[in-house]
Design a protein around this ligand. Structure first.
Ligand code: ATP
Ligand code: MG
Length: 687
């Protein structure tokens, strides 16, 4: 029936509407939305999905990919809200079908389980996180005797980084070494041997690492029959933050939709910040010419997020970039407040400044949740976390230490993983060594016994542990057997594992009570999952973030300040944003200083950080800056200066101040950089 155009279209500007209506009804040619920060790209994408559904598209046949589970969940919620406006309650029923929304990795994991038989995988594979992968790489390295050579063979994390880069960039090893790991060039042959063995070991153990989720998917998609089959499941494939995809991801998309029909990608080349994971900004720039049918290109120029002064300062920072496609943005959000450029003495003052301002803003009615503190690397927030805790200001931290990085949580998950896939050696080693009296060599023996036995549980039960471990052995075998045999007892299995683990927890850790609370929380999370396998997959791919009270997920009804790495702040916005350590040596990082590409990526990083702010932005520059763990130089304090991305020529876009004011003298500047309106103060004295 031909109703009037839905109301939600009125809320969009012309260009956004074009993107939403593109291919409405007919075959949708490939669509690219390329535009700067805060111009409504994600919002437009959500409207497009909603509109497709309103116009009769089947949500089960829509694949939506974003960069985090959080972003995917937010997007589906928005789609539901928009379509409800037109369809009422029917929308929420339909929305249950919109299940293909997630990251490339999580979608890959799901498809690989679906098609496991067709491609010779067992569908009971378990997934290794980066730490597990590094551990496995290490096993293999030892096995091959590479760690014993007299000269220093690259460390396990370097080996993994090289491997991962080569896989994701789809590049020859030699090229990757020359470009990004020049100090490893001499090891090319050994590395090849190592990687070959690493791949074989993963296969023998039925485990996949993060990169495999993309690699197997891409390989699977290069088989025409399977590609047709998967491509045929989806009428629409939509990708947000496309500037941060790598070659492998681009090749997956083109394999699924060779003519580009039904494909929508969205991004901003000025925000490309993941080249260290082989992201390829060319992906988005090349998209228009990728298919025989030309892609429609929509650009957006109006920013709805930030005030004009914040936008002008951000434009000035990115304006100096050497290469850029998207243009400067404009906004109608006027304000008198320029972004603050705040000089402080050191880490401690930086933390105090942030706390003071955060509380001031809260007094003025800005919730903590509407304020965020951004930093380059997770450890940069250390002193601030201490100060926040001291002042009882609750916070949640994104992109830093994850809930799952905590040893006790990993232990429990390893037990589940071991039961899910007894060939997963990294899990097996972790679990077995929890038992008293069992070290690496007994663990190795047990695994050998298990593997040679016809049945793994039988193998375990006939094993004779060393005397010290004898008392605990039968209890472990019981739990393991129960987990193996009874997949129907999920999620109560979680409790069984916890009860078994608790005495070990108390033996290993002094703060067992706090850690026990985490495990209870983990049990609650597990209760929301239909199966052990789904639970393990999801938690490995996108673990919950850490909060202030202990490393658990946030309590959603509370107000809390947001702490986040800049990388994890992608796509988000807050009223009040602080950026820590905007000094040379941090942004740009002193590891990047050198190659021009690297420096340009650092500039984009600052741009991403600044464009998160809606109403107020504080860039904090400590005069003394603590650098961490650079192998050659060690931890130390260095004297730092303002980031080179804010040269004198654009300083007028900022309001420069020092805090506390007394440090002017110490800094030796000729004039204090404060601006106060003394005239109005004089007038106020007599009122
Ligand atoms: P980023 O590059 O940071 O990911 P983005 O381009 O995806 O940004 P959005 O997050 O979609 O931008 O939108 C930024 C803000 O502007 C949001 O608060 C959104 O609700 C608002 N917005 C977008 N389009 C409009 C519009 N047409 N009218 C009013 N507000 C809008
Ligand atoms: Mg966005």
């Amino acid at each position: 029936d031909s109703l009037a155009e839905p109301d939600y279209l009125d809320r969009l500007n012309q260009a956004q509407r074009d993107a939403v209506l593109h291919g409405d009804g007919a075959v949708a040619l490939p669509l690219l939305i390329i535009a700067g920060a805060g111009s409504g790209k994600t919002n437009t994408l959500a409207h497009r999905v909603a509109h497709l559904i309103v116009k009769g598209a089947d949500p089960r046949r829509i694949l939506l990919m974003t960069f985090s589970r959080r972003a995917a969940a937010e997007m589906t919620k928005r789609v539901e809200r928009i379509s409800t406006e037109v369809m009422g309650a029917k929308a929420s029923t339909l929305m249950e079908g919109l299940t293909w929304a997630g990251t490339f990795h999580s979608v890959g994991a799901r498809l690989l389980r679906d098609y496991a038989l067709e491609i010779g995988l067992s569908d009971a594979f378990t997934i290794h996180d980066r730490e597990d992968s590094a551990d496995l790489m290490n096993f293999v390295r030892h096995d091959l005797g590479l760690s014993k050579t007299e000269s220093r063979f690259p460390a396990k994390n370097t080996c993994l980084a090289v491997y991962s880069r080569a896989v994701n960039a789809q590049c020859e090893l030699e090229q990757v070494l020359a470009k990004s790991f020049p100090w490893c060039i001499g090891w090319a042959d050994e590395l090849k041997q190592l990687f070959a063995a690493y791949v074989e070991t993963k296969q023998a153990q039925n485990v996949l690492d993060y990169d495999d989720l993309l690699l197997y998917w891409a390989q699977m998609a290069s088989e025409p029959e399977i590609a047709d089959h998967i491509g045929g499941r989806f009428d629409h494939i939509l990708v947000d933050e496309y500037q941060d995809t790598n070659r492998l991801q681009a090749s997956i998309l083109t394999a699924l939709k060779p003519n580009g029909h039904g494909l929508t990608v969205v991004g901003d080349d000025a925000q490309s910040i993941y080249s260290f994971r082989a992201a390829e900004v060319r992906n988005i720039l090349d998209f228009p010419t990728l298919f025989t049918s030309p892609a429609e290109i929509v650009t957006l120029e109006r920013n709805y997020r930030s005030t004009q002064p914040i936008l002008s300062a951000s434009n000035a920072v990115i304006g100096e970039a050497t290469e850029r496609f998207t243009k400067n943005l404009w906004t109608e959000r006027q304000s008198m407040e320029k972004p603050w450029l705040v000089t402080v003495r050191d880490d401690t003052d930086q933390a105090n400044y942030v706390c003071a301002k955060v509380l001031e803003e809260r007094e003025a009615g800005v919730q903590l949740k509407q304020q965020a503190v951004l930093f380059r690397a997770s450890h940069h927030s250390g002193p601030l976390e201490v100060e926040l805790t001291r002042r009882n200001i609750p916070f949640i931290k994104f992109g830093g230490l994850k809930f799952l990085d905590a040893a006790h949580v990993k232990d429990v998950l390893a037990v589940l993983r071991f039961a899910e896939n007894p060939r997963d050696r990294v899990a097996a080693f972790r679990v077995l060594q929890l038992l008293p009296g069992i070290g690496p060599s007994s663990a190795g023996q047990i695994i050998d016994v298990m593997e040679s036995a016809l049945d793994v549980t039988l193998g375990l039960s006939i094993y004779q542990p060393p005397a010290r471990g004898a008392a605990d052995w039968p209890g472990f075998v019981d739990v393991f057997t129960a987990l193996r045999n009874n997949n129907k007892s999920w999620p109560s299995d979680m409790e069984r594992v916890r009860l078994w683990y608790e005495p070990h927890l108390e033996r290993i850790h002094e703060d067992a009570a706090v850690r026990r609370a985490d495990l209870l929380q983990l049990e609650q999370i597990a209760a929301g999952y239909p199966s052990r396998q789904r639970f393990l997959t999801d938690l490995t791919l996108d673990p919950p973030d850490a909060t202030s009270d202990h490393a658990g997920p946030p309590h959603l009804d509370e107000d809390y300040l947001i702490l986040s790495t800049i990388h994890s702040a992608k796509g988000q916005e807050w009223k009040n944003v602080f950026v820590l350590n905007t000094v040379d040596g941090c942004i740009p990082s002193d590891l990047a200083v050198g190659e021009r590409n690297e420096i340009e990526e650092e500039r984009r990083l600052l741009y991403v950080a600044m464009t998160r702010a809606k109403d107020a932005l504080h860039l904090v520059t400590p005069q003394r800056f603590y650098t961490h763990g650079q192998a050659s130089r060690g931890d130390r304090h260095v004297y730092a200066s303002r980031t080179r991305f804010i040269p004198g020529s654009i300083l007028d876009k900022f309001m420069s101040v020092t805090w506390p004011k007394a440090i002017n003298a110490a800094a030796g500047s000729k004039h204090p950089e404060v601006r106060v309106d003394l005239k109005s103060r004089m007038r106020g004295m007599w009122k």
